[in-house]
Design a protein around this ligand. Sequence first.
Ligand code: 13P
Length: 254
Amino acid sequence: MRKTVIAGNWKMNTDRSSGAELAAAVMHGAGSANLPEHADVVLCPPFVVIPIVANAVAGSRIRIGAQNVHDQPRGAFTGEISTGMLHSVGCTHVIVGHSERRLMFAESDYDVCRKANAVVGANLQPIICVGETIAEREQGRTLEVVRRQLRAALDGIFEFSIRTCIIAYEPIWAIGTGNTATPGQAQEVHAFIRSQLREMYGSAAAEDVSVIYGGSVTETNACDLFAQPDIDGGLVGGASLDASAFTEIIRAAI
Ligand code: 13P
């Protein structure tokens, strides 16, 4: 049975005090002690805020994720952070291949693949992001682009570890724009992602992988999106910075 996953990507927002406050408010609002076993709520603060947030949610069922990672375990990589470092501060999840990293920091499909493999190898769960630009959608190339990104990212990840991977479909035109994909548009791509997973790993494994949607998810549209059969939760940006909005999104998902 695949899990419902609701992840908050805080991007480059919050600091020690506002991060701790936000985490405490989400814990309180989500009734973290009573979260069902089939749901994972993951907070992804900036690196330096991770320890204080991990401390704030200690003992609850709320998980911590990072927004990026380097694929090597250690060495002369100024400014980078390894999987082992993330493990040591309590992370269980890592976002890889977010479109902001692909577009603004020139991460290639190959980089995303190396990171995804490093994360899986470190017994952390990657949240692997894929999604098309508006131009690609208008050219009718959405499924081709998503297929390429997905297959490239999962190269080297075998059937025995695919269940630890979470796939996030985030159409770039929907991120931070208020132009949420319609439930139908999102479901089409999610079903396609699952069909690709089926081809690569077989039906049983594909059924167990959580495929979540990101791009202007709000407390208003969450219910309709999460009601789709292949949408298993959300990767939430802006609305995850508002504890009451994020709490309502969690409620819509579980
Ligand atoms: P918004 O929810 O702000 O559109 O951001 C989505 C996102 O990029 C999450 O990773």
